[in-house]
Design a protein around this ligand. Structure first.
Ligand code: NI
Length: 227
């Protein structure tokens, strides 16, 4: 399942982010890739330990914590501290799959990557190329979102970033371990939850059946969640 979550950051917040990121020190992105991915990865990143990465990353985590659509879609158990990357002209990331188990720096803990997230920090008009292409069962999905918007996609999928041919593409990216690791189960829960949310406002007399549906949601989550 591929889900777009709009307005994780407002345009004002994106402007603030960009003013910090434009002054930050960018290092070779290949230094943090696995052996196979390293050959495919041509971009720059901010060091995870840099103060700017930590503070902007925490800002993103706070925004996500208050975003009902994100919670409903991801059912997050652990979120990797958000990282930042930049693709200048000629840079790209060839087809790869993200590592399944990722060490969380400074914690001694690891995370199973169920979902990968890209939060766009440049507007589509600011660069050419730089599309995120995700191979799904329905073919290749091409993603290029407005600044402040985010895509969530299964970490199990093959994906790539096409070469930037004009301008630069700046984004935050990170991984999520979900309470529900199975993508199909999580998708069913998301659909059910969204349908319940849509039914809720105009309900009135049929409240009892809505409570039953809500009970089914929670009882499925109880079956499938690993906490
Ligand atoms: Ni990736």
């Amino acid at each position: 399942m591929l889900i777009t979550i709009n307005n994780v950051l407002s345009k004002d917040e994106v402007r603030q982010f960009r003013s910090y990121l434009d002054r930050a020190e960018w290092i070779d992105g290949a230094s943090t890739a696995g052996t196979l991915a390293r050959k495919a990865k041509h971009n720059t990143q901010i060091d995870d330990k840099a103060e700017v990465a930590v503070s902007l990353g925490n800002h993103i985590l706070r925004s996500l914590g208050e975003h009902p659509l994100f919670i409903s879609a991801a059912l997050p158990r652990k979120i990797y501290p958000p990282k930042f990357n930049r693709y200048a002209i000629g840079e790209n990331y060839g087809t790869h799959v993200d590592s399944a188990v990722i060490h969380i720096p400074g914690t001694g803990q690891s995370l199973r990557s169920d979902l990968s997230a890209t939060l766009f920090l440049t507007e589509p008009e600011e660069y050419d190329g730089g599309e995120l292409e995700i191979e799904s069962e329905f073919g290749v999905q091409t993603v290029k979102l407005g600044a402040g918007d985010m895509v969530l996609y299964p970490s199990s999928s093959l994906h790539r970033v096409t070469p930037v041919t004009q301008g630069a593409r700046v984004a935050s990216f990170f991984w999520i371990e979900s309470l529900v690791g199975d993508d199909a189960e999580r998708s069913l829960l998301f659909d059910l939850d969204q349908a319940i949310q849509k039914l809720t406002p105009g309900l009135g007399a049929d409240e009892h059946n809505l409570i039953r549906l809500s009970g089914i949601y929670h009882n499925l989550l109880r079956r499938w969640a690993i906490t």
